[in-house]
Design a protein. Structure first.
Length: 193
């Protein structure tokens, strides 16, 4: 049975929230697989995404780039967990994944997959950068592989994805998650410098 976006977001959040809770303060300046962000900037970006995509689920305007510094508070990790729960709730509202949403008038189902991808891929980014384990939910990965295969060309044009990372043997022996990471421009074998 296919899961709805809210169920998939819950599964992704259950894997990513522990990683965010496990980010030690001393690792905030560390490099991540997402080259333009260090750990602090990436955690702040992911926090902003989670907050703004709640608004998008409700067909409201988002406010990317103009919000507060979510990591300024001592309990930002707990606040992130609460916002993830609010995100799941927002996308569980009947009709949240129907119609269009956002300034670009994108299909709401696509927008829901965008935040699902951020929770999953950035969860891995943060885990790798801080020496934590990360194993995504297989149903989430399967859903994202299909959605991101369609989104990738536009995402690359917009700078959201890098060029697809080449996998050994054309990806024939790669796991679905490694293929997803490569699709977004990441090296699945990335390690902290």
């Amino acid at each position: 049975m296919t899961k709805n976006i809210s169920d998939l977001l819950r599964a992704a959040a259950e894997r990513t929230v522990p990683v965010v809770r496990g980010v030690p303060d001393e690792k905030l300046p560390a490099t991540t697989p997402c080259a333009e962000y260090d750990v602090r900037a990436l955690a702040g970006h992911l926090f902003e995404v989670v907050v703004n995509f709640q608004r998008l689920a409700a067909k409201e305007d988002s406010a990317f780039g103009g919000g507060p510094d979510h990591l300024a508070e001592a309990a930002w990790r707990d606040a992130f967990a609460a916002e993830c729960e609010a995100l799941v709730t927002a996308w569980a509202v009947p009709g949240a994944d129907q119609g269009t949403t956002g300034a670009m008038g994108m299909p709401a189902a696509v927008v829901g997959r965008m935040v699902l991808g951020d929770l999953t891929v950035h969860g891995w980014d943060l885990a790798r950068a801080t020496g934590q384990e990360y194993a995504p939910d297989p149903a989430v990965v399967d859903d994202l592989l299909d959605a991101f295969a369609e989104l990738a060309p536009t995402a690359r044009t917009m700078g959201a994805f890098g060029a697809e990372h080449p996998l050994p043997d054309g990806g024939a022996g790669a796991s679905p998650f490694d293929r997803l990471l490569a699709l977004t421009g990441r090296d699945p074998d990335w390690t902290r410098p």
